[in-house]
Design a binder for this molecule. Sequence first.
Ligand code: MN3
Length: 199
Amino acid sequence: MTFTLPDLPYAHDALAPHMSQETLEFHHDKHHNAYVVNGNKLLAGSGLEGQSLEDVVRGSYGKPALAGLFNNAAQHWNHIAFWQMMTANGGGEPGGDIGAQIVRDFGSYGDFREAFIQAGVTQFGSGWCWLVLDNGKLAVTKTPNGENPLVHGQVPLLGCDVWEHSYYIDFRNARPDYLACFLDNLVNWDDVAQRLAQA
Ligand code: MN3
């Protein structure tokens, strides 16, 4: 197995004005592609060739000799998921099972929204904030750099990239505004619900 860059599940301009065509051209075509190219170089000879992407991520985590492979493979997984977790005309409070579980575990959608934004804002430097399923309960977490919930035994349901390359073109330094815009306009709750149903 080698890593390949998937096409975006929508046109580069489909998420505008909330996420611009220029952001997606840089973020998908250049940043995500670099993780694929570098990941393939580091996969060769690692002993993890032939494994699924998830198994490469879990198998390289915490191993100093495989740190470069982990960074690139995890970011490859994260970005594949991130593109799928967004849609035009998305965001807002979801219904269905996911909406009910958010109310059950956070008290209200507003409480979840505040916790998710807070996690993203307080991730110092590069990283991600997440909605995860952890032992049957929803939780908000944050991870540095390319690390993700897979290596903590959690099911990632929704993730937001808080590396500056994800928002600097559209929001400059205003990470809180980017996170609010993501939740209010871009979240593909159908994708989140599918991940929850398969968990
Ligand atoms: Mn990114």
